[in-house]
Design a protein around this ligand. Structure first.
Ligand SMILES: [Zn+2]
Length: 286
C-alpha cells in the first residue's frame, strides 16, 4: 500500500507519542483461533479501523486537528465529515469513571511477550509486517496487541481524579473489534523496565526510531488487573465508536524524571476533554 508521506507529515501535529509494535493486520492471521465471544451481552458493532491507529490501512486525512486552538477538541466534529462522531457521538471517550456497577466480569488475561517495536512521534508511519504474538484474552474473546501510546495528563479520570499520564494499549480481534486497555500512571518509583526504552524516545516529530532490543508491554501493567469496562470511542479523530474499553483502576508508577522526559517531547497536553456519558452504565470487575 502506498502512502503519500509528504502529506502525512502535515497531518495531526499533536498525536500521542505512539510506540508501534512492528506488526500489521496480516500478522493477525495467525494460528490463534479467534472465538466469537462478545464482551457484552449485546454484540459489539464492527469497527471500521481504517484510520491512523492501524497503519496498514492508513490513508491521509483531509483535516488537521490539535489539542488546542481553533482545531482543538471542541471543533473536531466539524473539521471533516469523517470526524463527525467527535461532535455528535453519544458513546465517546474519555469519560470520568464514577458510579460503577460491580459485576462478575471475565479476567483480563494478558499474554504479552517481548516484541520488536518502533517508536514514532506523530503516529503516522508505515511499518513492516512482523509477527509478534502478544495477546489479550477476555472470556472467550481474543485480541492481538497492535500498538500502545501515551497521553499526558490522563484522559480518563477516576472519580474526578486526573493522573499524570495514561497508557493506551490498543488491541484488535480478527473480526475487527477493537479493545483498548487504559492504564493510569502516577508519580512514584522509576519503572526500570522503561529506562532503556525511554532512551529511544524520539524528540523530533515524524522521526521513526527502531528499538534495538525487544520490549515486553507487560511492564506497563499493574499487578492488580481489576478494571472498569464500557463501550466508548477512540479519543482522537475520527473518534470511531464501538471501542471496548478496559480501564484498569490500579495505576502504575513512573518516576518524576520518566514522566518529565515524556512531557518535554510534547508540545502541549495531549488529552481529549471528558465526554458525556449519555446514560452509559460503567461496569466494575469484582
Ligand atoms: Zn490514546
Amino acid at each position: 500500500m502506498r502512502i503519500n508521506r509528504n502529506k502525512l507529515r502535515n497531518l495531526v501535529p499533536f498525536l500521542p507519542l505512539a510506540l508501534f509494535l512492528c506488526s500489521g493486520c496480516d500478522s493477525a492471521k495467525s494460528t490463534h483461533p479467534i472465538e466469537s465471544g462478545m464482551l457484552e451481552t449485546r454484540a459489539l458493532p464492527h469497527v471500521n479501523s481504517d484510520h491512523h491507529y492501524f497503519h496498514e490501512k492508513e490513508r491521509p486525512h483531509s483535516a488537521q486537528w490539535s489539542y488546542d486552538g481553533e482545531n482543538g477538541p471542541q471543533s473536531w466534529g466539524s473539521l471533516a465529515p469523517e470526524y463527525a462522531l467527535a461532535g455528535s457521538g453519544r458513546r465517546q471517550s474519555p469519560i470520568d469513571i464514577h458510579d460503577t456497577l460491580p459485576v462478575n466480569l471475565p479476567l483480563l488475561n494478558f499474554q504479552y511477550q517481548p516484541a520488536k517495536i518502533a517508536l514514532v512521534y506523530n503516529g503516522h508511519t508505515i511499518q513492516e509486517t512482523e509477527e509478534h504474538g502478544s495477546w489479550l484474552r477476555v472470556g472467550s474473546a481474543l485480541f492481538e496487541l497492535k500498538q500502545f501510546h501515551f497521553h499526558s495528563p490522563s484522559e480518563h479520570t477516576l472519580d474526578g481524579q486526573q493522573f499524570e499520564m495514561e497508557v493506551h494499549l490498543v488491541h484488535r480481534s480478527e473480526s475487527g473489534q477493537i479493545a483498548v486497555v487504559g492504564v493510569f500512571v502516577t508519580e512514584g518509583r522509576a519503572n526500570s523496565a522503561l529506562d532503556e526504552l525511554w532512551n529511544y524516545l524520539p524528540t523530533e516529530k515524524n522521526k521513526r526510531s527502531e528499538y534495538d532490543s525487544t520490549f515486553d508491554a507487560t511492564c506497563l501493567l499493574p499487578e492488580d488487573h481489576n478494571y472498569v469496562s464500557y463501550s466508548g470511542s477512540l479519543t482522537t479523530p475520527p473518534c470511531t465508536e464501538g471501542i471496548q474499553w478496559f480501564v484498569l483502576t490500579t495505576p502504575i508508577e513512573l518516576s518524576r524524571n520518566q514522566i518529565s522526559k515524556f512531557r518535554q517531547i510534547l508540545s502541549s497536553d495531549n488529552n481529549r476533554p471528558i465526554q458525556n456519558l449519555y446514560g452509559r452504565q460503567l461496569q466494575r470487575s469484582k
